[in-house]
Design a protein around this ligand. Sequence first.
Ligand code: 2P0
Length: 329
Amino acid sequence: MATLSNNPVTARAHTNIALIKYWGKKDDTLIIPYTSSLSLTLDQFYTDTTVQFDASRSTDQLIIDNQISSEQPLHRVSNFLDIVRRKAQINSPAIVNSHNHVPTAAGLASSASAFAALAAAASKAAGLNLTLSELSRLARRGSGSACRSIFGGFAEWQRGEDDLTSYAMPLKAAALLEDIRVVALTVERGPKAISSRQGMHLSVTTSPYYPTWVKTCQTDLTQLKLAIEKNNFAKFGKISELNAMRMHALTLSADPDFTYFNGQTLTIMNLVKQLRHNGVACYYTIDAGPNVKVLCQKASVAKVVDTFSQLLGKQNVIVAKPGPGIQYL
Ligand code: 2P0
């Protein structure tokens, strides 16, 4: 049995952007994906979460950005805390206080940084002393992509086969990390109409291309790792862009079909291609929403920022660098 700390524990986790995407669960409860994925943790966007177990409370409480949360997020967090309580053999309710640090306009708050920070703070506050792999497995139970945010730089989530074998690990230090920049472009801040969870489920169950996605992802992952190893940015960018588009093809080929793109997403994609045509090495990647991240190198940042600031306004263009792994504050 773990020794319960009555002291609050605070952890910081940064969000990550997938370059080889996770899109589909083999097991919805344990969150075991069909494919392995590979991400880059970003320095600009992070979540600080404090957890304190308190036997004198009757229920869990969740505060997000100084506001008492509504029923739905609380329910998801309580379910996650139940996993921690079972592991630690405790039954105290907890207060969870979470702050998202996202530059004002970004609309980039993410379940990845949220559940990675929660996993770290809650497990430590419950007296568990988890290894980074165990922490990654635990974070995965909250939100799949959170298992990658335990690590800084490039992280590979190896799909595994079950709870024990599905977790992320850092990629060896890569020269490419020094030079890479992610320019985050915000075109919309509101919540999305179709959550990642719903979108994945619809893609897995109705897209005739899903089995092909599973096969292609494996090849894309191998190729991307090779490009990282060889410090080949052009190949790295090309594979990342292709893999993102292959993921979005699963939404267009679902029944009913749907898309996360809006008009501005398409405008940005065309502009990135135009920049490339003019000799600026940059590539796009897009998650479950209309916002776009442009991958480029240090030397091209000014050109990329200038181009998109003209289109979207400076406040909607944020330059991120590779960020660190989990930290206790
Ligand atoms: C990713 N996304 O690899 C992919 C690409 C969005 C697009 O992981 O259901 O919030 O909590 O496991 O992690 C977003 O999905 O989904 C996501 P759940 P999650 O980053």
